[in-house]
Design a binder for this molecule. Structure first.
Ligand code: ADP
Ligand code: G6P
Length: 323
């Protein structure tokens, strides 16, 4: 039976290069929001459906070999269908969405996507195409600077897939022109940007920035004061400042360094007490972090600020639906 909606669905766009932790991010968002996580399913929980935009690839893997174009290339993606279906979902209609099967490299038969209260539209191009973008209530870009991307890829592909560092570098270089042309520019138009840079102390530590555009749909979070975590072995700090983000004024909350995993509860409590505008119940951030303690990024600003974004997605939902 089709669900009855008493409001227009809330549409959230999440853009990033592939392999940049979108699935990990979404698991954290869903974990933090208390819905059930069912790996391998498109629909997760009963109020949020994730739409993966890879499903709008025009060609299968063999087809891309023939065209010589990468999956990042706009011409390899059916933006007309993507835009039309996202618009239909925003209007509370069901759609038959295509499926791109990453395991086989083929297109599977389409699946029925039922109306739902929240849609997260994630992939390479949710903000690139104006039709899709215009349906979004809020958009996020996950911005991983090349040094960090390289370090992550080396770690995975060299350790687990038997590649050399040179091969990893060559693979990144090969994708770079299309990434720069079709994916990266979206960060100028996103409402909020989650950016991973090397820490001031160098890798593998990270400095993670939540770049919040002023006056946009992302309900801003700020700090009471600059903070160095008590007892932190890496000297983790949280800072806030204003900057110009590609022509837009923005307020940044930044975390550099790591939370000590053996002292996580106390340290996240300390951070939580120092946040203004989290829109969460007391210790909710701490509990969300503890719940997903073993998930990648839990020890640094990636996990922490992702959990913050989860609270913000709920806040946007509550605002838009008048809850
Ligand atoms: P995507 O869905 O964008 O392809 P995944 O979520 O599958 O990316 O993540 C790609 C890889 O990066 C995985 O090996 C994952 O464990 C790792 N990863 C994701 N997020 C983080 C993080 N915040 N810190 C460290 N590693 C991460
Ligand atoms: C990107 C896309 C994927 C695609 C992959 C490899 O990561 O997000 O959907 O499968 O590129 O593309 P290929 O043409 O090598 O199969």
């Amino acid at each position: 039976a089709t669900k009855k909606l008493d409001h227009a669905p809330v549409m959230i766009g999440v853009a990033a290069d592939s392999g940049c932790g979108k699935s990990t991010f979404l698991r954290r968002v869903l974990g933090a929001l208390g819905t059930d996580v069912k790996p391998g399913h498109t629909a997760i929980g009963d109020m949020l459906t994730v739409i993966c935009l890879d499903d709008y690839h025009i060609n299968d893997r063999a087809g891309r070999k023939a065209t010589g174009q990468s999956a990042l290339d706009a011409r390899e993606n059916d933006f007309a269908l993507m835009g039309a279906q996202i618009e239909a979902l925003k209007q509370g209609k069901a759609v038959y969405k295509p499926i791109y099967n990453h395991d086989t490299g083929f297109k599977d038969p389409p699946e029925l996507i039922e109306p739902n209260k929240v849609f997260v539209v994630e992939g390479l191009h949710p903000i690139y195409d104006t039709k899709a973008r215009s349906q979004l209530d809020m958009s996020l870009y996950i911005d991983i600077v090349n040094k960090v991307k390289f370090a992550w890829k080396v770690k995975r592909d060299v350790a687990e897939r038997g590649w050399t560092e040179e091969q990893v570098q060559a693979d990144i270089q090969k994708r770079l022109p299309d990434f720069a042309a079709y994916v990266d520019p979206q960060k100028a138009d996103a409402d909020v940007i989650l950016r991973y840079e090397p820490s001031d102390q160098g890798l593998p530590y990270l400095k993670v920035k939540l770049i919040q555009k002023k006056g946009g749909p992302f309900p801003m979070i700020t700090l009471k004061k600059e903070l160095t975590l008590t007892g932190s072995k890496s000297g983790a700090t949280l800072k806030q400042y204003d900057m110009d983000w590609m022509g837009s004024p923005a307020t940044v909350v930044e975390m550099d360094g790591e939370i000590d995993m053996d002292n996580m509860e106390k340290q996240v409590e300390e951070i939580e007490a120092n946040l203004v505008g989290l829109a969460a119940s007391p210790n909710e951030l701490r509990d969300a972090m503890v719940k997903l303690k073993t998930s990648p990024g839990s020890q640094n600003g990636t996990g922490l600020l992702q959990a913050v974004i989860a609270m913000k997605i709920r806040e946007v939902y509550d605002k838009l639906t008048g809850r």
